[in-house]
Design a protein around this ligand. Sequence first.
Ligand SMILES: Cc1ncc(COP(=O)(O)O)c(C=O)c1O
Length: 370
Amino acid sequence: MSSNINYNKRVLNFGAGPAKLPLEVSLTDLFFEFFVLRIIRKPQTLRNFFDNVLKMLIIIYLFYFRYVPDNYKILLMQGGGTGAFASVALNLMGRSGKADYLVTGIWSGKASKEAAKFGKVNLVAPKSTKPGTAPHPSTWKLDPEASYFYYCHNETVDGITIQNIRQTGNVPIVCDMSSSLMTQRVDISKYGIIFGGTQKNLGPSGVTIVIVREDLMGNPLPCCPTILDYGHVSDMNSIHNTPTTFSVYVMEKVLQWVKKNGGVEEMERRAIAKSQLLYNTIHNSNKFYSSPVDEEIRSRINIPFRVGGPNGDEKLEKLFLQGAEKLEMYQLKGHRLVGGMRASLYNAVTYEEVELLVNYMNAFQKQHSL
Ligand SMILES: Cc1ncc(COP(=O)(O)O)c(C=O)c1O
């Protein structure tokens, strides 16, 4: 069977996920290496391989995050961030039967609804009715008896990031980092659980990374399925059932790439530079482009923007997308609930690619300004 794919053509993918792989990783002959050279049949070899990937994750976090304390485990699970919405509640809700949720957008909203199936969910602040805003930490009503406090670090759809959270005393903090994992340094010791799928910054979809403090394992709700029981998954070294071997394999390649490129510190520097370039272009456009998000909570990773004024001009936005696609820039259409455009600048998206995007934005503005 012949393929018509032109591998030399450079296509820019600004989609929210699954995201592109780093070019260097895409160019390695992954299928050949995985299926022909290293095909893993012996369970022991598979276990060794998983152990190596886990070590790799720990090494990267060790060197480039502040540290992964000894009392944390990293689990490789399945079911994505959505699965973790349930597994977090199933593993922790038994502490007091109630949990605090900060809802700042679509994803934390979904998580709170899922958790409400397993216990009482208290929204620490009413969800902001004004898009692009988030309730100020001083207004949060935290329950000292909550099983855990939950928030989403980067709302992928809404383009909102929560960088500062309040002290929660003995209440463990659970954080969804699905779209920001490996894009900035994190002090893991402040958290009870951090989770996120690999499909945005760490490889293909199929693997969910769960970083969990040891004392939060081993006391799941009686109805918790074995496959979602963090203590059990940890005891099984993340191989409770047939794992997503190819996804883990590619993730290892991406981790090598992160390491070779300066680790998480460098990914953070790049994320700041790329997002600043785009936000500056929006800012300097004399309101031709606009961001619907309050300045202090703007995401570095998923950047929604409108074309043709603060409420967007749908005709111009259509033309903007058509023009972008002619230049091989894809998936710039915003989420239907937010509208407008959205550029997702995951780790594999280069500064040069964002330059191409802003060059296009400037040219489009010149052509369409009165
Ligand atoms: C912030 C956030 N949380 C959770 C999810 C759900 O993740 P998954 O598709 O892996 O279930 C997503 C997906 O885009 C997300 O962006």
